[in-house]
Design a protein around this ligand. Structure first.
Ligand SMILES: [Fe+2]
Length: 254
């Protein structure tokens, strides 16, 4: 029992030593790095999926030029979102890793063959992107190290490392309470802080960016697409689906 206690105490002291503050920071930052790269992949999936929808309505067999142009514009918006996260990753000193881009093939997106189903697919795609952004926002607000990162392979911090300039808030908990610091080296246990540990990192700027540059737009865009989907659904219920699609295209405002 006594040996166990000494081992636990030495682990706590080790975790809270100055050198390990850096390791803890790098592990948390690596978690965030992975999450941002996943979001870049999600935005590129949106870009690629809208490209697929756009080309469907450029084909001669179901030519709807305004619908095609609408989906192409959406595709370029998603590309711009991916580029914004790539820019952010580089601005904060992170490492961009490009993944293979896939089409979103859940729900209606798996089977969409006409304009009504294409707009339903777009709604579901936007909902998917919103969920991923919301999860990233939650993580940015409180990154908790899960132990999944390989901390050994991470690059050491240098004095001029951009990662050190990020606006972050670090919560350190201990048996008597908690404190918050903005200094990544400040995870040392102080006197009166028994069993302290780093409980989480908040990336203030990223959380703000997600809300103001992304989630606001998601609500507007999803509402617009839902309007179009329901218009098409109502028009189709009157009878001639092809005539309804043609009229919809004629009146679509770009
Ligand atoms: Fe997006």
């Amino acid at each position: 029992m006594r040996i166990l206690f000494v081992f636990a105490l030495s682990f706590v002291l080790q975790t809270c030593s100055g050198r390990d503050c850096e390791m803890v920071f790098r592990c948390h930052d690596n978690d965030l790095n992975n999450r941002i790269n996943l979001q870049i992949g999600t935005e590129l999936t949106g870009h690629y999926t809208y490209q697929k929808l756009a080309q469907m309505f450029e084909r001669h067999s179901q030519y709807l030029p305004k619908v095609a142009k609408y989906f192409r514009q959406k595709s370029m918006e998603e590309l711009a979102h991916a580029e914004r996260f790539i820019q952010y990753q580089n601005q904060r000193g992170g490492t961009v890793e490009m993944s293979l881009v896939t089409i979103y093939e859940e729900g209606s997106c798996k089977t969409a063959m006409d304009v009504k189903e294409a707009f339903r697919c777009a709604m579901e795609l936007e909902a998917h992107v919103t969920r991923k952004l919301t999860e990233l926002h939650q993580a940015a607000s409180n990154i908790q190290f899960t132990g999944e990162s390989n901390c050994e392979d991470l690059l050491a911090l240098e004095d001029d490392d951009l990662r050190l300039t990020q606006p972050i808030l670090i919560t350190i908990k201990h048996d008597s309470g908690e404190r918050v610091t903005s200094n990544y080296t400040d995870c040392n246990c102080e006197s009166g802080e028994p069993n302290c540990f780093v409980a989480g990192y908040a990336y203030v700027e990223l959380a703000e960016m997600i809300v103001h540059e992304f989630l606001d737009h998601q609500l507007e865009d999803t509402k617009e697409i839902a309007n179009y989907y329901n218009t098409l659904k109502n028009m189709n219920s009157e009878g001639n689906a092809k005539l309804a699609s043609w009229l919809f295209d004629q009146h679509l405002e770009l």
